[in-house]
Write a protein that binds this ligand. Structure first.
Ligand code: SF4
Length: 457
């Protein structure tokens, strides 16, 4: 019988013409926590078969993930929505400003949809409505790993959402609700996956990292044959065992933070703590509704430095908070002189709509805020310069963020978080690539950065 054979020979392979999937553009504003939300939204959309557009022109719909922390951040969010409307016109707004849908609608009546922070299903649903996926079994592809907006060699790892504190200048709890912690095994699994995909540095984030697990009563979960509690110390230790750098951000100074310092000395966690102290003067801290135990904190910092002499402490402060007197400010300056923090960021107080602090008496005049801000920045820049000078001649581990074509590279030591801290600028760095961790001899320093040369292969 030749029929079957003929049939086989004549059957030309059928080409399947796939419909093009809709393309999504994303503008992500605000803090790293928002960036993680953007990654989650994009991961879900990618898993549903959507494609990504790197520009406005190619996008079928643009998502703007907004920040509403400060009034200036809100204005930036509104500007970003305006730009997306002008450049593309098909815009979905999500994130913290979703709570202010009326303000957004008043300025941009034609936005397609507005959803709030963490309403992943609502955002994704709005995309389905605005840019429906053409029916095709081939388009619903599940990507091998989550999409990331950061470079491959470092990743933010969100361990909880929301906050149980009620700092009077902050509206995050009203935007994001009370603390909700993730399960430790789920966090560790995600960390392991990120490391397998090339992450060398995990940046642990939340609104309040040291409160991790309080809401779920630190309930343990099995992980690799052992029970791991939903607790900052246990989680940090287990993350440290995975072999990547582990950096802790947004740590509220509870007493149990002391237990993490030995993990730094053991090399499991980077000797780095990001603790937003906000102020040092007791009356101001009380008005902020923050713990007022600044003297004890100085003692604790001293002890931390005994256990781990290389610990780098980063913090932020608010100047010009309502009721802040010159004496309060001088107290803060003296405290900073004594604490000798490694990295300091400062904000001039600005009222945020809905924050309790707006109703406090004795607002500080703008020119006084400016003058205090300048004094604080001058002091902390001097301390930073002195601390960096002391590193000249030492050899430090540096992770490479970028290499240039002239044989130089930019990296960070264990004391530098990406985007917010200083860098280490390398000469004679030929052959290095992004994500390499190398030994670098420090040759020079300025107020914020170090300069060095790789040593020893
Ligand atoms: S701890 Fe942080 S997130 Fe929580 S209320 Fe205070 S400033 Fe806001």
């Amino acid at each position: 019988m030749t029929f079957a054979r003929e049939s086989l020979m004549c059957a030309a392979p059928m080409a399947t013409i796939l419909p093009s999937p809709p393309k999504i553009g994303m503008v992500s504003l605000g803090c790293p926590k928002n960036l993680v939300d953007s990654e989650r939204i994009l991961t879900k959309l990618r898993a549903d078969g959507y494609a990504m557009s790197p520009d406005y022109a190619g996008a079928d719909v643009v998502l703007v993930n907004t920040c509403g922390f400060l009034d200036s951040a809100k204005e930036e969010s509104l500007e970003a929505i305006g730009e997306a409307m002008a450049e593309n016109g098909r815009v979905i707004v999500t994130g913290c400003m979703g709570k202010e849908a009326e303000t957004i609608r008043a300025r941009f009546p034609n936005v397609l949809a507005i959803t709030g922070a963490h309403q992943y299903e609502d955002v994704v649903g709005a995309v389905y409505d605005a840019a429906p996926m053409p029916p095709s079994a081939f388009l619903n592809l599940v990507p091998e790993r989550d999409l990331k907006l950061t470079p491959r060699h470092y990743s933010y790892l969100k361990i909880s959402e929301g906050c149980n504190h009620r700092c009077s200048f902050c509206i995050i709890p009203s935007l994001r609700g009370d603390l909700v912690s993730r399960r430790p095994d789920a966090i560790l699994r995600e960390a392991e996956k990120l490391i397998a995909a090339g992450t060398k540095e995990l940046l642990v984030i939340s609104q309040d990292t040291s409160a991790y697990g309080v809401d779920i009563k630190h309930q343990p979960r099995p992980w690799k044959g052992e029970d791991v509690r939903a607790h900052m110390t246990d989680l940090s230790r287990e993350l440290g065992k995975l072999g990547a750098w582990v950096r802790l951000h947004y740590v509220y100074p509870y007493p149990h933070v002391d237990h993490v310092i030995p993990l730094m000395a053991e090399g499991l966690v980077l000797p780095y703590l990001d603790i937003p102290f906000q102020h040092a003067s007791r009356p101001v801290l009380r008005a902020m509704k923050r713990p007022a135990n600044e003297a004890k904190i100085l003692d604790r910092i001293r002890n931390w430095r005994v256990i781990e002499p290389d610990i780098a402490i980063r913090s932020t402060f608010v100047v010009g908070f309502p009721g802040e007197t010159e004496d309060d400010f001088k107290y803060l300056m003296d405290w900073l002189e004594e604490a000798r923090l490694d990295r300091v960021g400062a904000f001039r107080f600005e009222p945020v709509e809905g924050a309790a602090a707006n109703d406090l008496p004795d607002p500080v005049r703008e020119e006084i805020k400016e003058e205090r801000y300048a004094r604080l920045m001058e002091l902390t820049a001097r301390i930073s310069a002195e601390k960096l000078q002391a590193k000249i001649g030492r050899t430090l581990d540096v992770i490479i963020d970028e290499v240039d074509e002239e044989g130089g590279a930019t990296g960070r030591s264990k004391a530098d978080a990406p985007e917010i801290d200083g860098t280490v600028l390398l000469r004679d760095a030929e052959g290095l690539k992004q994500g390499d961790i190398v030994r670098v001899e420090i040759e020079d320093a300025d107020e914020h950065d170090l300069f060095g040369v790789p040593v020893g292969g």
